[in-house]
Design a protein around this ligand. Sequence first.
Ligand SMILES: Nc1ncnc2c1ncn2[C@@H]1O[C@H](COP(=O)(O)OP(=O)(O)O)[C@@H](O)[C@H]1O
Ligand SMILES: [Mg+2]
Length: 271
Amino acid sequence: MGVVMAVISGKGGVGKTTTTANVGLGIAMNGKSCVVVDFDIGQRNLDMLLGLENRVVYDLVHVMDENISTKQALIKSKMNPNLSFLAASQTKDKSVLDSEKIKKLIETLKNDFDYIILDAPAGIESGYEHTIEFADKAIIVVNPEVSSIRDSDRAIGILDAKSQKVKDGQEVEKYLIINRINPEMVQSGEMLSSSDILDILNIPLIGKIPEDKAIIDASNQGKPIILNEDSEAGKAYKRVAARFCGERVDFVDVESPQSGGIFKKIKGIFS
Ligand SMILES: Nc1ncnc2c1ncn2[C@@H]1O[C@H](COP(=O)(O)OP(=O)(O)O)[C@@H](O)[C@H]1O
Ligand SMILES: [Mg+2]
């Protein structure tokens, strides 16, 4: 049975879709079968990041509502045969998602893949709740900013209240990815350090991804940054994927260990 991992953040634009694409491809590169599913109804992006936008015929809603089989809707990545993709629909109507139908879809995917990664929409509304509903694990993506940490805290609250696993008396395992770390800004105290963030959120860290301009180019070309051997962010995502596949990979310092003064100022908000 495959493992279902929801990629969440609360706040938009922090790197959920980038993380889904790179961790998904990274897991596939480690020899595991993986499917990435875009749950961002109406704002799909994952297809572009994977270079698959021209191959989408059927999407999530076709599978749930129109008797299209999962097999028909899945698209195999050209970059790695272990990676498949299921697109979000472009409909504006977000109420198309329905718990029973999602459950059925996820059960089908669990039979066919080792990892099922769900890319959540921004916010903490119904689309988000459906993404976390049947998750075994959650990847929480934050930027080293107070607003991002706060929003992720809210998203985690909903995860711990509304996911099926929690309702069954179990726990959804959480993993933290800190994305867009700017070493100079951490050093100058303008940006939270990872130890500041870990103090606040208390979630096991699975990756620290530096800010990397090459990500924009990678997204535009539909070639995830993990394929770029020279990119620090790409290397960081490689380490994250290896960790998810059970390898012990040491953390690389992508920032200065020095934490700045803003931590003290904002700590009160969370206490
Ligand atoms: N580590 C990074 N360095 C530079 N840009 C990044 C990084 N991670 C994400 N981005 C950029 O930030 C924007 C938002 O990322 P995206 O993955 O779409 O976020 P989300 O899915 O959370 O809305 C995109 O333009 C993406 O290219
Ligand atoms: Mg996104």
